[in-house]
Design a protein around this ligand. Structure first.
Ligand code: FEO
Length: 394
């Protein structure tokens, strides 16, 4: 792939990583990803916005060579995470006159994480600008997208927003801009669920601030660019602020069939009442899909057998994940089974303190479920359907 011109003198110079399948040694990347970097020529100065993962630093260097780039004045670091900052040391070594422009907080983090010397930095405050001559970069502090030090860079004359992780997607593609809306929506939602959802309230405020800017193009740091910014911005508004939907997400494990039978019965009971259920057998689930389902869900019901008095470890993992990514769901319950004794309900309840939810009475079966258990599952399904109706979840 060669550098691609976005507008005259503005180039995409990042790297596409087709083969990466895991991020943070945790998050599945079924469609790879990209580390986007942008080079901007002004009439007097040049700027590079973000770099690439260090594993692909040669791609960025090659692209800068193809543009015959002998000098960079400003290297903009929107975010300290290494998939964007990891090639900064190499860039600063190669372009000895370049200044590294970032927020005061990001400066400290880059000095800690990458051992960049202090004299290379210029720090910028919120809404501060830097002139490239005929082009102006404005820096918008936007903490918690996705770390506390983050900022967005806005190219005023071209109305292009470079928001780093925000509005990104883990999607390797040769297309500079989104071409398949369905594919992009899916990838961006997965990305939002895994990376951005824990910071919903901050993102809501940033979206509000961005209403004050004309934005023609968004150049995120992962995935394709957006030349119809309203598509991704509207999607974010829905994910961040929209009401939960009439959906129950049901991650579960069954070892000998008791919890499985309860899950089957319960799914039917909810479906009969018009509630959509998304069921995940955690023995074989892509946790990215589970995270995506939680973006819209009104209720989470966790299904678990009892292992050594507690929940199955895969269920504990899912509960921990749900707690970490803080979806907007409003109700939680637990269904499951045990042979001789269980503290699964207490232990799962202790794992989800971040979820600001109403806990609905659990249904636990001693051994294989019998009539009384089915009656209780019907009652739980009815409660959920009623709660969703009362709250206007559609
Ligand atoms: Fe793509 Fe938070 O780094």
């Amino acid at each position: 792939m060669k550098p691609r011109e976005i507008r005259s003198g503005i180039y995409a110079v990042g790297a596409i990583d087709w083969d990466r399948r895991l991020f943070d040694s945790l998050i599945p990347l079924p469609d790879g990803t990209s580390y986007n970097s942008y080079f901007i020529k002004g009439s007097e100065k040049t700027a590079l916005i973000d770099t690439v993962d260090p594993a692909m630093q040669w791609v960025l260097m090659h692209h800068l060579d193809l543009l015959d780039c002998k000098h960079i004045d400003y290297v903009i670091a929107n975010h300290a995470e290494q998939d964007h900052s990891g090639t900064l040391p190499k860039v600063l070594e190669r372009y000895a006159g370049a200044k590294l422009v970032t927020t005061p907080k990001c400066k400290g983090m880059l000095m800690d994480l990458l051992l960049i010397p202090e004299d290379r930095f210029i720090t910028v405050e919120d809404k501060q600008t830097i002139s490239l001559g005929d082009r102006t970069l404005e820096f918008i502090h936007a903490p918690w997208v996705h770390w506390p030090e983050t900022m967005l860079t806005y190219l005023r004359e071209e109305s292009i927003l470079f928001p780093c992780d925000l509005f990104g997607s883990h999607l390797a593609t040769t297309d500079l801009y989104m071409t398949d809306e369905g594919q992009l929506y899916e990838a961006a939602k997965r990305y939002y669920a895994e990376i951005m959802m824990p910071f919903r309230s901050n993102i809501e405020k940033h979206l509000e601030r961005l209403k004050g800017y004309r934005i023609d193009i968004i150049g995120p740091s992962h995935g394709p660019m957006h030349n119809k910014p309203s598509f991704i911005m509207e999607a974010y508004r829905d994910w961040v602020s929209g009401k939960p939907k009439n959906i129950v997400v049901l991650p579960y494990i069954s070892m000998h069939g008791s919890t499985q039978r309860m899950v089957e019965y319960f799914v039917d009971a909810l479906t009969d009442r018009g509630v959509t259920v998304i069921q995940f057998n955690l023995a074989a689930t892509d946790i990215g899909k589970l995270a995506m389902a939680l973006v819209d869900a009104g209720t989470l019901v966790i299904g678990t057998p009892t292992v050594l008095v507690g929940p199955h470890p895969n269920v504990a993992h899912a509960a921990f994940l749900a707690n970490a990514i803080r979806p907007k769901l409003q109700f939680v319950s637990i269904i499951g089974s045990y042979g001789w004794g269980s503290k699964a309900v207490e232990q799962i309840s202790g794992m989800i303190p971040n979820l600001k939810v109403e806990v609905l009475p659990p249904v636990i079966s001693k051994g294989f479920p019998r009539e009384e258990v089915f009656t209780n599952l019907e009652a739980l399904a009815e409660t959920i359907a009623q709660k969703h109706k009362e709250h206007g979840f559609a």
